[in-house]
Design a protein around this ligand. Structure first.
Ligand SMILES: NC(=O)c1ccc[n+]([C@@H]2O[C@H](COP(=O)([O-])OP(=O)(O)OC[C@H]3O[C@@H](n4cnc5c(N)ncnc54)[C@H](OP(=O)(O)O)[C@@H]3O)[C@@H](O)[C@H]2O)c1
Ligand SMILES: [Zn+2]
Length: 376
């Protein structure tokens, strides 16, 4: 079930507010940062905001720089990204700037909201009902499958950002901290209360832009339930990148693996033939973790290839090593082909041992890339 890459973007005051309560939008960013936001917009297929932000700010959500629009056209993309909003009420002002500027418009709503939204908007926008309630996974799948969206920028407000982070669906948070206080207890906050997945986010960049600071974070926690979340996609992508580090071989696959604790802490990573001509990726990674590490039972092993069920080079295959380690969750991109052993069923061995195995086939091509010479 592929989702677009979801990038949350927001600016906050030092006291964590997105706006004040006055009638005009509070300017938090600096001019150079607005230009950075323009560049990010130019890089995405769609921009999403909640209906509350349309009502409060009446934004246009354009790519302002003509050069960036020209570059999009030159790549065969629409000049402006698709504009998306979400509403349960269908309470949308058809005169708002959102509907009359920039790219195509799309409204996700509920059965109840759809009638009102379609009535007030006419053919200004496509209105899609997602059923009795708005399900964010269904929304992301629809954007990916029906509108070809691969990169989605979410520009707020707080209720939308909060849901996407709490549901583990954000790939990245770009947060700008502005040097001012709002001080109004009624002002909207960026993040609301509730259960956030995982622990600390990973800070991937901090950058001063005039008098504001941009911080970029990646949520880290793996999925807890049966459905993969953004962190699963990211860690599996990392495993596929590790596979490219393997010394070449004509007689074994190139595989990458990462072991990640429930709170999103990376415990170890490894790749095939890492410092040992026959070591496998999962074996190399697990060997770096103390066998009594209490985080192992809650951890996930991400492996670019399904863990092996049989191997000539060692008595215990990787599926067995994973079962012994106490890890109860494996995410992989690709089932082992019959190149070296026939009907290998590492996933079956793991499942029989009580391990949940998730396959994300959208990473199969990346996982196969360093193994092209071994495949039919
Ligand atoms: N500083 C920044 O970077 C930034 C960015 C954006 C916004 N803001 C500020 O944030 C404030 C608005 O924030 P907000 O939290 O009130 O509004 P919001 O998140 O933009 O929109 C909330 C609305 O979106 C719809 N919605 C959200 N989740 C939904 C779901 N699961 N199902 C169906 N509909 C859903 C609902 O619309 P209906 O009510 O129509 O049902 C809800 O009232 C404004 O003051 C704005 O200035 C600041
Ligand atoms: Zn193996």
């Amino acid at each position: 079930m592929p989702y677009p890459y979801v990038l949350l973007s927001a600016a906050v005051s030092l006291d964590g507010c997105l706006d004040d309560t006055g009638p005009d939008r509070l300017l938090l960013s600096s001019p150079a940062d607005f230009d950075r936001v323009d560049e990010v917009r130019a890089s995405v297929d769609a921009i999403l905001i909640g209906a509350g932000t349309i009502r409060a700010d009446n934004p246009r959500l354009l790519v302002n720089a003509p050069g960036r629009r020209a570059a999009r056209r030159a790549e065969g993309r629409p000049e402006y990204p698709l504009k998306v909003t979400v509403t349960a009420s269908g309470d949308l002002d058809p005169k708002a700037n959102f509907w009359h500027t920039g790219g195509e418009k799309l409204v996700y709503t509920t059965e109840k909201g759809a009638e009102r939204a379609a009535r007030v908007l006419g053919d200004t926008a496509d209105v899609v009902s997602l059923g009795p309630a708005l399900d964010w996974r269904a929304l992301l799948t629809h954007l990916y499958d029906e509108r070809g969206v691969r990169r989605l920028m979410v520009e707020g407000g707080g209720t939308v950002h909060t849901q996407l982070l709490q549901q583990g669906l954000a790939d990245e948070l770009q947060l700008v901290l502005a040097p001012l206080f709002v001080g109004d207890p009624a002002a909207p906050r960026l993040f609301g209360p509730g259960a956030y997945q995982g622990g600390r986010l990973r800070l991937t960049e901090s950058r001063r832009i005039e008098d504001v600071v941009l911080m970029r974070y990646e949520p880290t926690a793996p999925g807890a339930g049966p459905l993969p979340v953004a962190a699963d996609h990211r860690w599996l992508r990392t495993a596929c990148e590790l596979a490219a580090l393997c010394p070449p071989s004509e007689t074994a696959f190139s595989v990458g693996a990462v072991v990640v604790a429930a709170d999103g802490t990376e415990l170890a990573r490894g790749h095939s033939r890492e410092g040992d001509p026959v070591v496998h990726a999962e074996e190399a990674a697990l060997a770096k973790i103390a066998p009594d590490d209490p985080r192992l039972p809650g951890a996930t092993v991400y492996s670019s290839l399904e863990p092996c069920a049989r191997r000539a080079s060692r008595p215990v295959p990787c599926a067995g090593l994973i079962l012994r380690s106490g890890v109860r969750r494996v995410v992989t991109a690709w089932r082992e082909p019959d190149t070296f052993v026939t009907a290998a069923d590492g996933s079956g061995v793991l499942a029989d041992g009580g391990v949940t195995v998730v396959t994300l086939p959208e990473y199969e091509a990346a996982a196969k890339a360093p193994n092209g010479h071994l495949l039919p």
